[in-house]
Design a protein around this ligand. Structure first.
Ligand code: SF4
Length: 330
């Protein structure tokens, strides 16, 4: 069953010099208990997509969608107040840098018990008991002492665990994790990913993992959306994306990460060029200025999305039956 279903989402920002078309015509879904990864370079529209879904963008953002259904409710029709009530209670968010999302003026107990008192109407005693339970669940040692501490007294890994505890405090149906491990060192990164995996298993919470790191996606997600220039250029289950990718941008992403079988000194292959300026995105396929397979049609027309299986779809003119047969290798 789909927990989240987004149809034709478009988000733009009106700024002094023009309109930034951050997200263009994207559709996707997330099933109950599923973990979905959204991957792409900075500026590809990953975070804006989820902030649009949550209604968390500033006033000058223009969000239009045919439909955003969450747990059977049409979110585009909800008032700001109703949307706010969903944040923290039904949808939890974990951000990249807990130092900017945890309030430095309040201790861990205040920050953990606040959503419980607001959304679950718990009294002080029960909220404190639940806060202790949550700290144990995210494997924070000595939780009684930690409750009294302020964010600056905790290490980066502990702060991220507190952030996760806050996000899951009210038992949300879905957690959105936006680059949750980028600011952490590799060992702590692995622990946080394990923790999220366990939470998913224990609570059947759906997780949307936003990241530029395919390694994080590989260890966490069963389905992957690849974003470029505000569009979804390829989506599929993890096996399809890692072992049978079809879009030249996905090839580029996979070629630019180290492989277990790489020889010592073997160089990674970067994707040449820079992401498009979304104030003036290129005509046709947004990846055309950087694509080694670019054809004249690519510079004129946006490629349609072609379904290759129930789960795998690709937006690339190479999918046309008359297009040249080009593979990842050449
Ligand atoms: Fe490359 Fe053309 Fe496919 Fe875009 S549509 S990714 S430019 S081949």
């Amino acid at each position: 069953m789909n927990l989240l279903e987004v149809r034709n989402l478009n988000t733009s920002f009106h700024i002094g010099v023009g309109t930034v078309q951050a997200v263009r015509n994207i559709s996707f879904h997330v099933k109950q208990g599923e973990s979905v990864g959204i991957v792409g370079e900075s500026g590809s529209g990953k975070s804006v997509t989820m902030l649009s879904v949550m209604g968390l963008l500033p006033e000058y953002a223009d969000i239009a969608a045919d439909s955003i259904l969450f747990d059977g409710r049409e979110m585009t029709k909800l008032s700001k107040k109703a949307l706010r009530a969903m944040h923290g209670s039904e949808i939890g968010m974990i951000f990249q840098d807990p130092m900017t999302s945890l309030n430095p003026l309040f201790n861990v107990e205040s920050q953990l018990t606040e959503p419980l008192r607001i959304h679950r109407h718990m009294d002080k005693h029960h909220a404190r008991q639940r806060a202790l339970e949550l700290l144990r669940q995210v494997e924070i040692p000595n939780p009684e002492a930690r409750l009294k501490q302020y964010p600056h007294e905790l290490s980066g890994g502990l702060r991220q665990r507190v952030m996760i505890a806050t996000a899951i405090a009210c038992g949300p149906k879905m957690v959105i994790a936006d680059e949750p491990t980028t600011a952490l060192d590799v060992t702590i990164q692995a622990q946080i990913l394990d923790l999220l995996q366990n939470l998913k298993k224990e609570t059947q919470t759906s997780i949307i993992m936003i990241t530029h790191d395919l390694g994080v996606i590989a260890s966490m997600c069963s389905r992957i959306l690849v974003m470029y220039g505000g569009t979804i250029c390829e989506q599929g289950d993890a096996r399809e994306i890692f072992y049978d990718p079809k879009h030249p941008y996905t090839w580029g992403l996979l070629n630019s990460i180290p492989k277990v079988q790489s020889r010592p000194g073997e160089k990674l292959i970067p994707i040449k060029g820079t992401p498009p300026d979304m104030l003036k995105p290129p005509e046709g396929c947004p990846f055309s200025p950087r694509c080694r397979c670019c054809m004249p049609v690519c510079r004129m027309y946006m490629p349609p999305t072609v379904a290759l299986s129930d789960t795998h779809s690709v937006a690339c003119h190479l999918m046309h039956p008359n297009a040249p047969k080009i593979t990842r290798e050449g």
